[in-house]
Design a protein around this ligand. Structure first.
Ligand SMILES: Nc1ncnc2c1ncn2[C@@H]1O[C@H](COP(=O)(O)OP(=O)(O)OP(=O)(O)O)[C@@H](O)[C@H]1O
Ligand SMILES: [Mg+2]
Length: 251
């Protein structure tokens, strides 16, 4: 499902459009206040890309990511995910697409406290029609990828923040989603653990995973191919991260 496209230097491989937002808006209505969290967002993300979303607090970054991840619906515009219009899906269909196609990593890890590391990573697969042995193999491979295979029997509370986030990344990618969405994945980590998680996302991207990440930190945006800058719910600028390649080289 995840093809190695869009990453080759210099050659123009035509990558597929994975995400297409057209005129997307989001208004939150509460009592007498209406918040225009997003306005007229046009965004295309191609397979294999790594896109960063930046902007000041309250500008709509999490709202955008929640819409991309089908955790929330836009109040205007359309969203086509991998060729399928998803704006008008029922709740159940959205949940199914989300489970199959989207991997989410949050700032606060969001692991389930009374499940082991192994069980947390296995969770998304339990909704699939998959044999236990195959699930096990996928979970172990995902834990291996994030360097946490030796902690399968631990509970989240027995891990450091950085380790918990690595487990959360394993859970997000275990089902080989079309896209990995990360909302401030380093926000609760010190800089050393933050770097580790960023390197992990970079490695997944190099392996073909499409990534869209919200970050406040310009250093981390440099890992991405390009950055979308939001202000007051609008895209105000897009910049290509020319330096990302050199940051790979020093790593
Ligand atoms: N459920 C909600 N109900 C009402 N307003 C909301 C809701 N969620 C977000 N908002 C408003 O929408 C705007 C965008 O919020 P959002 O969480 O997307 O910002 P953000 O860019 O992620 O900020 P931060 O960097 O602080 O996480 C804010 O003004 C916020 O108050
Ligand atoms: Mg946010």
């Amino acid at each position: 499902m995840l093809k190695d496209t869009g990453q080759s230097e210099g050659d123009a491989v035509e990558a597929q459009t994975l995400i297409l937002l057209s005129g997307v808006g989001k208004i939150f209505s509460t009592e007498e206040v209406e918040t225009h969290a997003l306005s007229n967002i046009h965004l295309e993300i191609k397979e294999g890309e790594y896109v960063a979303v930046a902007g000041p607090s309250g500008c709509g970054k999490s709202t955008l990511l929640a819409i991309l991840g089908l955790l929330d619906s836009p109040t205007a515009g359309s969203y086509v995910l991998n060729g399928n219009p998803v704006t008008k899906l029922s709740q159940a269909e959205r949940a199914r697409v989300r489970n199959r196609e989207i991997g989410f990593v949050f700032q606060s890890f969001n692991l389930i406290g009374d499940l082991t590391v192994f069980e947390n990573v296995e969770l998304p697969l339990t909704y699939w029609n998959m044999k236990a042995a195959e699930r096990k193999q996928k979970v172990l491979a995902a834990l291996e990828k994030v360097g946490m295979a030796h902690r399968g029997k631990h509970l989240p509370s027995q891990l450091s923040g950085g380790q918990q986030q690595r487990v959360a990344v394993a859970r997000a990618v275990v089902g080989q989603p079309l896209i990995l969405l990360a909302d401030e994945p380093t926000g609760n980590l010190d800089s050393a653990n933050g770097e580790t998680v960023m390197e992990l996302l970079r490695d997944l991207h190099r392996g073909g995973t499409t990534v869209c990440m919200v970050t406040h930190d310009p250093r981390y945006a440099l890992y991405a191919d390009r950055t979308i800058h939001l202000f007051d719910g609008r895209i105000v600028e897009e910049s290509a991260e020319e330096k990302s390649r050199s940051s790979w080289e020093v790593a």
